[in-house]
Structures are given as structure tokens and as C-alpha cells.
Design a protein around this ligand. Structure first.
Ligand code: SF4
Length: 135
């Protein structure tokens, strides 16, 4: 799996695992609807995510996976607006060691620096430590 590309079978398994846990929690706590905002990222395959969500909810009677398209109606712009306002951390890779490896490989091929963990926030256009040095 480690050499699967992003949006490949490894990611399907990753989403399945997370949605299965979410569906179980929803079932155990009486929630009727579950959803995910993962698809708001342009790097993600919305169909892949929604398929995983529907698959996870299916075994539980009365539980629905809401496959709302969060990119519609300016959703991406709103996500960035809120992220900047709240100064959220901006993770520059998907989340696993393989995506970190592949993103760094891509960046190095473009003559960019490797990702520096823990320094990029939405409120900064550049890593926090760089803007701190400017003041
Ligand atoms: S963290 Fe992201 S890249 Fe890694 S397996 Fe999960 S969805 Fe795929």
C-alpha cells in the first residue's frame, strides 16, 4: 500500500477505516446522519469519499451518510476565511507518512524546501517562524 498514489486504494482503506468508526459511534449514540467535510479539498476525490461514507453507514438501519457537496456555493472560500480567522494549523500534506514522503518528493523536484512540520498556519501566507522574524 505504501506506494499507492494519493486517491488510490490506500486512501479508500483509510477513509473506510475512519468512516466505519464514525458510523459505529453514530449508531451507538443515536445519531441519524453523518457526513464529512473531507471532500472540500480540491486534492480529494469526492466520489471516493462519498462511496466510503455510504458503505460505512449502510449496515446501520436508520443511519444516513449525507453526501453534501461542500465545495458548492463558495464552500472552499468560506473554509479558508474561517481557517484564517481562527488561525488554524495548515497541514501541507494529507496526513500519513506516505503522503508526507510523496509531497516532499514533489516539492524537492520543483526546487522547493521540504515541509517543515508545525509552522504553517492559515493566517500566515508563510511559515510562522518566518513572519515572526520579519517583525
Ligand atoms: S492519510 Fe491521506 S494520503 Fe494517507 S492513506 Fe489516508 S487519505 Fe490517503
Amino acid at each position: 500500500m505504501e506506494h499507492e498514489p494519493e486517491r488510490g486504494i490506500r486512501c479508500t482503506m483509510c477513509f473506510d477505516m475512519r468512516f466505519e468508526r464514525t458510523a459505529l459511534y453514530a449508531h451507538e449514540h443515536g445519531f441519524k446522519v453523518m457526513t464529512s467535510c473531507l471532500g472540500i479539498s480540491r486534492w480529494k476525490d469526492m466520489k471516493q469519499i462519498n462511496d466510503c461514507g455510504h458503505r460505512a453507514a449502510k449496515p446501520y438501519e436508520g443511519l444516513t451518510y449525507w453526501d453534501y457537496n461542500w465545495r458548492k456555493g463558495g464552500g472552499s472560500a468560506r473554509m479558508i476565511e474561517i481557517s484564517k480567522r481562527e488561525n488554524f494549523y495548515q497541514q501541507e500534506y494529507c496526513g500519513c507518512v506516505y503522503s508526507l514522503r510523496d509531497t516532499n518528493k514533489h516539492r524537492l523536484a520543483q526546487g522547493r524546501e521540504k515541509i517543515e512540520l508545525g509552522v504553517m498556519y492559515y493566517s500566515n501566507e508563510e511559515p510562522a517562524h518566518v513572519s515572526e522574524n520579519k517583525d
